[in-house]
Design a protein. Structure first.
Length: 296
């Protein structure tokens, strides 16, 4: 099973503003109109790429950017296609009632994870305002996918890009599962080391795996393998910011072409490939479901 662990729901103009779309696609070679994932087009992209399932993300940045992809919108898509999507809620800890909104999204709407965008909201992921949200996520047994790394969004605060900002969160919430988006690009080495220090941390390859040279991706994967954390790396695209078909092809090359890898490092083994491309994500969500069910 191939699982894209980082897919944005939402449509241009209905959800995203034109200005945001222009900023976000400026470095991708894709037109602003590409920042749209209407239901039929998203399913067609998944089918064309051979993607069986996707983590579908809400996106609450209304306080700063003036828009959101609502939890209810994501939940509705997931309800229509339960075999294709697992929904992640999104809340803003800078807005009162964020933890309660997360609880409603999970217990009322059936969403099974949380997506946060701290730098977009001009706040650190270690800001104490997030702590009630983290406590709620830990209690509910759901993973928290946190944006880490660079973003071209002009309103985002670069002080909060680094994945190392999550270290105190991992220390203060040892039972919370955190997924660091984009492998912390460009801080991919420190991100891998962070995973090595904290066993409940995971990372996804979205954007990084699609746009960095394959040799650079192989180098990061070899580092993760050497540090014993490759089994906590998830493939993802950040669709519609990146094409699923292209990314799947790039990952397949990393499983067969030794020339892409650093000297002495082998390509992804069949077992490693299956884990990165979906096995780890499936295991993660099975753990989440088991934890949540045991609390009901």
């Amino acid at each position: 099973m191939i699982i894209d662990s980082h897919v944005h729901a939402g449509e241009l103009y209905r959800h995203y503003t034109a200005a945001f779309a222009e900023q976000m696609t400026a470095t991708t070679g894709r037109p602003p109109e590409a920042l749209s994932a209407p239901e039929a087009a998203l399913l067609a992209e998944m089918d064309a790429a051979g993607v069986d399932h996707a983590f579908l993300l809400a996106f609450d940045v209304r306080r700063v950017e003036g828009f959101s992809v609502p939890n209810e919108f994501v939940a509705d898509l997931c309800a229509r296609h339960p075999g294709r999507f697992t929904g992640f809620a999104s809340v803003d800890a800078g807005t009162p009632g964020a933890a309660a909104a997360l609880r409603r999204a999970v217990t009322g709407l059936g969403l099974r994870g949380l997506k946060t965008a701290p730098c977009y909201l001009r706040m650190s992921p270690a800001d104490r305002r997030w702590y009630e949200v983290y406590e709620t996520a830990a209690e509910l047994g759901i993973p928290v996918l946190v944006h880490t790394g660079y973003t071209p969004a002009k309103n985002a605060d670069g002080r909060y890009f680094s994945p190392l900002l999550l270290e105190p969160v991992a220390r203060d919430f040892p039972d919370l599962t955190l997924i660091l988006a984009h492998l912390g690009t460009p801080w991919t080495g420190p991100c891998v080391e962070l995973l090595a220090r904290h066993p409940r941390l995971y990372a996804d390859l979205s954007i990084f795996g699609s746009y960095r040279p394959p040799e650079r991706v192989a180098e990061a994967l070899a580092h993760a393998r050497a540090r014993g954390v490759l089994d906590r790396v998830l493939w993802g695209t950040d669709h519609p910011f990146a094409a699923m078909t292209d990314s799947v092809a790039r990952m397949a090359a990393l499983a067969r072409d030794s020339a892409l890898w650093p000297p002495g490092a082998d390509p992804l083994s069949p077992e490693e490939y299956r884990a990165v491309m979906g096995g780890t994500a499936a295991r993660l969500m099975h753990m989440s479901h088991t934890s949540h069910t045991s609390q009901e």
